[in-house]
Design a binder for this molecule. Sequence first.
Ligand code: FES
Length: 126
Amino acid sequence: MSEATAVLAGTKLVESVEYFAVAHTADIPPGWVLKVQVGNREVALANCDGTFSALDNFCTHAGGPLGNSRLSDGCQLECSWHGAHFDARSGAVVSGPARKPLRKYTVKVLDGTVYVALVSKGPLDD
Ligand code: FES
């Protein structure tokens, strides 16, 4: 756990955000997705070309699991139940039958450890 400090427009703001250490970077090679537990949530932690992202582990179509898999077609999460594809960087739907994006969470990498905070980000926040 750690506390984040944000500096916006010259004003120092202190956020109280709880980060959970969930994995070592070496545990998730590029192209892989690991299911991790963050507090009371299951999260799919993806490594897309060296950039880590954390998304809900359950497909928005009918709840199929997304973690413990490989990325396909570049950086896409594929649901094994009915084949929906999501962009692993944003959570946006690439192809159905899912229609709603995956919830995305805040990720930090520090000294080889991946931390996730249960702070939601929308698909267009990055
Ligand atoms: S549950 Fe994922 S595509 Fe249907």
